[in-house]
Design a binder for this molecule. Sequence first.
Ligand SMILES: Cc1cc2nc3c(=O)[nH]c(=O)nc-3n(C[C@H](O)[C@H](O)[C@H](O)COP(=O)(O)OP(=O)(O)OC[C@H]3O[C@@H](n4cnc5c(N)ncnc54)[C@H](O)[C@@H]3O)c2cc1C
Length: 395
Amino acid sequence: MDVELSAEDSEFLAGLRAWLRERLPRAWTRGPHGQEAAAESDVAALRAFQRDLHEAGYLGIGWPTEYGGHPGTALRQFLVDEELVRQRAPSLVGMLGVAMAGPTLIQCGSDAQKRRFLPRILAAEELWCQGYSEPGSGSDLASLRTRAERDGDALVVTGHKVWTTNAHFSDWMFALVRTDPDAPKHRGISYLLIDMKSPGIEVRPLLQMTKDAGFNEVFFDRVRVPLENVVGGLQRGWAVANATLGHERDMLGASAHTRNLFEGLLRVARRATRGGRPASEDPLVRQRLAELRIQVEAMRLHSLRLLSDSLRGRPAGLPGLVTKLDATWLNHRIAELAVELLGAQGPLYRGSRQLVDGGFWPREWMFSLGMIIGGGTTQIQRDIIAQRGLGLPRD
Ligand SMILES: Cc1cc2nc3c(=O)[nH]c(=O)nc-3n(C[C@H](O)[C@H](O)[C@H](O)COP(=O)(O)OP(=O)(O)OC[C@H]3O[C@@H](n4cnc5c(N)ncnc54)[C@H](O)[C@@H]3O)c2cc1C
């Protein structure tokens, strides 16, 4: 692909940079790598930032304009997404809506659903969470047991979801529920849009090993959901669920964050010492840095290849799976080396007066481990690539 920007795209990027200089709050970008995820106390400000970004024409590029999208190619949205990470902006507070629920509705939703939800997703008026996993149903997602029974023009949902990121401040959940217990497991599932303010929903926080409570358990006790909130038709939820999972992997595989992390690692290597000299001068450290640098660059080129395919209307397919697999592992290995180079100070986390980079590295090391699991574990991704991509036998 031609990686040079056209004059129009360069002008667009310059406009975006000028906008961010003025509108991106400096307080959010002071940390070594920007804020990683929304803290609950920041939600209102983060909503306002996303709304302004959308109003300025930098969000929803390529989405249908009748539902709030802005005209433009996937390249333009890619430029915006990369620039936000490069400038250490926090992740969008409505990321699960923008990157997962929205693209799924564009692909599989009814006209009424698109009209009702898409503009509010972009403007961060409504934030979303994902209700897939249940106790006992993670990798084997199709075994899920949360059930929804028909009652007039509604479905009545009873069950228990777990690991639900952002449920504590979300307005809506896209969820998988069992609507036909007698059908083979993949064929008895429906995809529902659930208003989180509905009576009968209880959200209980779960503490991660980072000591943040970013995800939750969600309990449903006879929660009524109008039938019009089924996406793709009753019992057709599995195909819709997979469309969302594809979008989730794209979101988790963004390469700009990995490049930021690597730049941060280089700074650590220059500052930390080995045998009285900067660690970056130690031949063994240099070798490990070089190995990571090669992988970071390969990942960048891979993401450009996927972008090029998408501009030509070619679906990402299995190469898209490689991105999530690589990015999450690479992020973890970069953080691991940073913690190691920092020596005794490396593992210090919240509460210590000798924190390096505000405890960023041990947090990233722990957080990135979760990303290897979330959105489909490494083992499952490798199985899919092996079987569907390389045609290897199942056993
Ligand atoms: C940070 C984070 C955020 C998350 N956010 C959400 C969310 O918002 N919404 C949501 O619904 N879920 C969320 N999840 C849950 C996530 O999707 C599941 O954790 C994931 O699908 C794995 O399921 P599990 O935890 O039940 O592990 P299990 O499926 O029990 O797997 C345990 C281990 O066994 C391995 N394994 C399982 N089956 C096989 C197999 N057939 N072959 C080979 N190995 C196998 C797995 O790879 C893993 O190593 C999140 C998870 C994390 C870590």
